[in-house]
Design a protein around this ligand. Structure first.
Ligand code: THU
Length: 125
């Protein structure tokens, strides 16, 4: 399996661990570091809705807290026909560490759309 397929599969697996009693919308992410490691994430919701953390930021914070700060790509998976784009907060967090990261957005057919971060966040802070 190539690294991209591995990343998409990891994101799909991670979505199973999403904690989503409120929205029921499960998102999985998988982040590929420059060193070839994969960190996964899933969205974690809270009764105080605003405390929810998206799947993408969970993966970034897991990686950074383990000393990995340079990323090549992130895959985002939802079991839907539509493609789920990362929110602005997650894009800004990705930009902090890897302005040139590739963002793969994957739907239930496991087809991906690929974007550069600058396409999704053209005017970062
Ligand atoms: N969510 C993510 O985890 N990532 C995205 O890219 C979009 C939204 C989550 C947050 C919340 O748990 C649920 O999806 C509904 O907004």
């Amino acid at each position: 399996m190539n690294k991209i397929d591995e990343l998409i599969n990891a994101a799909k697996q991670a979505a199973k661990n999403a904690y989503t009693p409120y929205s029921k919308f499960k998102v999985g992410s998988a982040l590929l570091t420059n060193s070839g490691k994969i960190f996964t994430g899933a969205n974690v919701e809270n009764a105080s809705y605003g405390l929810t953390v998206c799947a993408e930021r969970v993966a970034v914070f897991k990686a950074v807290s383990e000393g990995q700060k340079k990323f090549k790509a992130i895959a985002i998976y939802t079991n839907t026909k539509d493609y789920t784009f990362p929110c602005g907060a997650c894009l800004q967090v990705l930009y902090e560490f890897s302005p040139k990261i590739q963002v793969l957005i994957t739907n239930k057919s496991k087809k991906s759309k690929v974007f550069s971060l600058s396409q999704l966040l053209p005017y970062p802070f």
